[in-house]
Design a binder for this molecule. Structure first.
Ligand SMILES: [Zn+2]
Length: 385
């Protein structure tokens, strides 16, 4: 029994030691935890930092942005709307309708209809328009982007490498856009489209005669000027009607003067007449140059009064605004049958031919700029810029 009693005492003693050890360690643990929590809390100050933009899509000053782009702005922390004063404006400052939404760190802006091509837009996320979840409003953030340019090929049989014509190429602005057009011109006749489908539509044609260089250079200058501008209508520009001829300074195409066969099915100029009708353009301007002693042998604006009288009104305006001689004919297709201008006029498309005086195969900035001013005058007549 004594032995049993002793065993019991030892057993109880052991249990006590185990329990007390556990208790001490548990007590130590409970002491440690509150201490740690207190340290963490005292080190974490309230969130007073506004969200910071980490990326935008499109990127700042991005080019060639698709017209159906969803604009996304990402922040370094989750955000929510505050005043929601967020704007998208075109280069005229006109407000573009958008829907706005937020998911986590990302603000998404979706224009309610597709954007215009070749137009620069500004996104403005104004001060305190959005905030982080603690209510810290953002600082204002603005950025611009430019939508893509539309370049189509209207005739795949006329391609040529414009760079081979060094006289012409030297006067073409060296931009990404110029490079795109010159690259496309290797595959055929390029047409560049600016603006939207509202308002007047103007078609500018250069390079019907590949040995006349001021107009194609002026058309390329105009294309680069219009890039990113808001256009009040649509401007179509064909800078090289027959790129192969412009590349090699050639006047004739398959043995024919291209400006005498616009009434012959399938010729490069006939394709342009049909395009002008299909697009329902308000006017077509065909830009040329004339040698000394040639016809007209001077800077001049040509037109015909019948059947499309509007041609005369446009030509008069360009003549007056560029201080250039006006040459008027009575009926289209009589003096110049098969001319691009005459064929358009006969089909009810107002058309003018604008000439500057320049040797074939030659080019000076004076004549380039004169041709350019004639193009601008045509656009100004329609209040399209
Ligand atoms: Zn010509």
């Amino acid at each position: 029994m004594k032995y049993d009693q002793l065993l019991m005492v030892l057993l109880l003693f052991s249990v006590c030691i185990i329990l007390s050890t556990s208790f001490v360690s548990a007590a130590n643990n409970t002491n440690i935890h509150p201490a740690n929590t207190t340290v963490l809390t005292s080190n974490s100050s309230p969130d007073t930092s506004p969200p910071i933009t980490t990326s935008t899509n499109p990127g700042k000053s991005a080019l060639n942005v698709p017209v159906n782009q969803h604009i996304k702005i990402t922040y370094n922390e989750p955000v929510k709307f505050e005043s929601s004063w967020i704007e998208l404006r075109n280069s005229d400052g006109k407000l573009i309708p958008i829907t706005k939404s937020i998911s986590g760190n990302t603000l998404t802006l979706i224009p309610t209809s597709p954007l215009n091509m070749s137009t620069t837009y500004t996104v403005s996320v104004h001060t305190k328009s959005i905030s982080d979840l603690a209510g810290n409003g953002i600082a204002v953030n603005s950025f611009k982007f430019t939508t893509a340019i539309r370049i189509d090929i209207i005739n795949t049989k006329t391609g040529g490498n414009i760079k081979k014509n060094s006289v012409l190429y030297n006067y073409i602005p060296k931009t990404v856009l110029s490079a795109q057009i010159i690259s496309k011109a290797k595959t055929g006749t390029p047409i560049v489209t600016f603006g939207d489908s509202n308002g007047p539509k103007i078609l500018i044609v250069a390079g019907v005669h590949g040995n006349e260089l001021p107009a194609p250079a002026a058309a390329m200058k105009l294309i680069n000027y219009l890039n990113g501008k808001t256009i009040h209508g649509t401007i179509y520009i064909i800078p090289f009607a027959i790129p192969y001829n412009s590349a090699h300074t050639l006047r004739y195409w398959k043995g024919q003067n291209p400006n005498m066969v616009a009434n012959v099915y399938g010729t490069p100029t006939n394709i342009i007449v049909n395009l002008a009708m299909k697009l329902h353009v308000n006017a077509l301007g065909d830009f040329h140059s004339s040698q000394p002693g040639g016809v007209p042998g001077k800077d001049a604006i040509f037109c015909t009064k019948a059947p499309t009288y509007k041609s005369y009104e446009i030509a008069s305006y360009i003549s007056k605004n560029t201080k250039t001689s006006l040459i008027t004919y009575k009926t289209a297709g009589v003096e110049y049958p098969g001319a691009l201008e005459d064929e358009c006029n006969l089909h009810g498309v107002p058309a003018v031919t604008c000439e500057v005086l320049e040797q074939h195969g030659k080019l000076s900035s004076d004549k380039l700029n004169k041709s350019y001013r004639e193009m601008i005058a045509l656009l100004t007549y329609y209040n399209i810029l």
